[in-house]
Design a protein around this ligand. Structure first.
Ligand SMILES: CC(=O)SCCNC(=O)CCNC(=O)[C@H](O)C(C)(C)COP(=O)(O)OP(=O)(O)OC[C@H]1O[C@@H](n2cnc3c(N)ncnc32)[C@H](O)[C@@H]1OP(=O)(O)O
Ligand SMILES: O=C(O)CCC(=O)C(=O)O
Ligand SMILES: [Zn+2]
Length: 449
């Protein structure tokens, strides 16, 4: 679906300043305000206080469409498509691109080599099991670094690889040292971190930190964690290791983006994303949604790092490659992400877009649209359209024609051409002195909705 064309909304200056608060707060209110104030955004809705540990204004994206995304049910990326996606992500400005393990198949290995040799600005990583066989293959591909992973929860220890923590720790140290000896970046991650024993986790992270791992990774592999649990775990880990902290969040319960944000607040440094959130099952933190979240936290920082107007093309590229539609309610680029419908919203938006928009569409190469051909419309929105069409109608006329739109739209919504026809006809009738009889569309003017 392509978004409808813009009605190029004008932005008159804001009207009267809001009335001052009338009652002085009592002690209970003051205490409550003090508690909440420390985490509230500014009155504009942007930003918010950050403590010394927060990395909300200083993080890196590890873009995993070409690894986690390849685990999406529909995904099959041929080499050419992988290269296109890698270049697009690089131009967008992600700091890292993570690729499928070269141990997965011969073509996966060749693709790693091809992408590692593209000379992109982004660092290229490949993602392998914490196993010497995989690490040996991966270090020969020319990538900048390896993300190694092994399950640490009792579920995965029993039903996936069958190894205990002593074995896992010994193996992790051997693999990390080997990768470091090749001069490559290395991250060690515990799969299913939130269902792993906390003491086991902290012990193994500390062990690899001591031998100089670049990052440790926390993974919510089954999407069970909530933002508070994420905050607590990352903050605890921040006190235990000195290396960077990467986080990976699955979206099974809808917390992928919120968890990423909580992780950064707690001191995580790197977040895994994929375009449109594609990945195993229903996927992970979506690149676009994550950018939206971070933009609201620190607009200048996000806009200085990432070419946000390229998001739509990247999403279309990936959507086509995996044969899906961009969802109607997708963050930023969805069909209706910047469409305003209800009359109350439309009036305020036309006065000042910040009333009902926290993301500025123009920052993302998108366009605002005010929809008027429906029964929830109001005369202010209709007046805006009348002005755009250059018709001369007074407010009483606009209210009368709005009533006609509503009457018709009680039967079915009108498209913009139908609304324009109605407005022009009303205007014409007024000029020629005809009475305002109900202004129905004839059947040959009706356009299928
Ligand atoms: C949560 C995640 O998304 S982790 C990333 C997942 N990514 C992938 O799986 C990459 C694509 N996978 C593949 O191509 C294949 O699964 C391969 C090549 C990795 C392995 O294939 P196979 O040897 O045929 O094994 P299979 O896939 O059936 O089982 C996984 C094997 O890895 C072992 N294993 C699983 N996790 C790990 C780990 N982190 N470290 C070491 N070994 C592991 C299992 O014990 C099992 O070994 P087994 O042969 O002794 O049974
Ligand atoms: O390597 C990681 O940290 C994450 C692996 C993964 O995809 C997951 O656990 O869901
Ligand atoms: Zn995952």
């Amino acid at each position: 679906m392509t978004p409808p064309t813009s009605t190029s909304t004008s932005t008159p200056p804001t009207s009267a300043s809001p009335a001052a608060s009338s009652t002085a707060p009592d002690a209970a209110i003051k205490a409550a305000v003090a508690a909440v104030q420390s985490v509230r955004p500014a009155p504009t809705g942007y930003g918010g206080p950050q403590d010394f540990i927060s990395r909300v204004g200083n993080f890196s994206i590890i873009e995993s469409t070409l690894r986690e995304g390849e685990q999406f049910a529909n995904a099959f990326f041929d080499t050419e498509t992988k290269i296109k996606i890698a270049r697009a992500l690089d131009e967008f400005g992600v700091e890292y691109i993570e690729l499928t393990s070269p141990a997965a198949s011969e073509q996966s290995r060749l693709d790693c080599i091809a992408i590692a040799n593209l000379g992109l600005k982004a660092k290229i990583l490949t993602h392998v099991r914490c196993h010497m066989d995989d690490a040996r293959i991966a270090v020969e591909t020319g990538v900048d670094g390896l993300d190694v992973v092994i399950g640490t929860s009792s579920f995965l220890r029993e039903f996936s690889h069958g190894k205990d923590m002593t074995y896992i720790t010994k193996q992790a140290i051997e693999v990390v040292e080997f990768i470091k000896s090749k001069g490559l970046e290395v991250r060690f991650s515990s799969e299913d971190s939130f269902r792993s024993d906390l003491v086991d986790l902290l012990n193994i992270y500390r062990a690899v930190d001591k031998i100089g791992v670049n990052r440790v990774g926390i993974a919510d592999t089954v999407g069970c964690a909530n933002p508070r649990q994420v905050y607590e775990l990352v903050r605890t880990l921040r006190g235990v290791v000195s290396c960077d902290i990467e986080c990976h969040f699955h979206n099974d319960t809808g917390c992928g983006i919120a968890n990423a944000y909580a992780a950064l607040e707690a001191g995580a440094t790197h977040i895994d994303t994929s375009v449109l959130g594609i990945g195993e099952r229903n996927g992970i933190t979506a690149l676009g949604g994550f950018c939206a979240r971070m933009y609201v936290a620190d607009r200048d920082y996000v806009m200085s790092k990432y070419k946000l107007h390229k998001l739509r093309d990247i999403e279309n590229l990936v959507a086509e490659a995996v044969q899906i539609q961009v969802p109607f309610n997708n963050y930023i680029t969805g069909y209706c992400a910047f469409t305003h419908k209800a009359g109350i919203h439309a009036k305020a938006i036309l006065n000042n877009p910040s009333t009902y928009e926290i993301l500025k569409p123009e920052d993302f190469g998108m366009t605002r649209y005010v929809s008027i051909g429906h029964r929830l419309t109001g005369w202010n929105a209709v007046k805006n359209r009348v002005q755009q069409l250059g018709l001369k109608l007074n407010d009483e006329d606009v209210k009368a024609v709005t009533a006609q739109i509503k009457e018709l739209a009680d039967v079915r919504p009108l498209n913009i051409d139908e609304v324009d026809t109605l407005l022009r006809r009303f205007h014409e009738d007024k000029k020629t002195g005809l009475d305002e009889s109900p202004c129905m569309l004839t059947s040959d003017e009706e356009v299928d909705a």
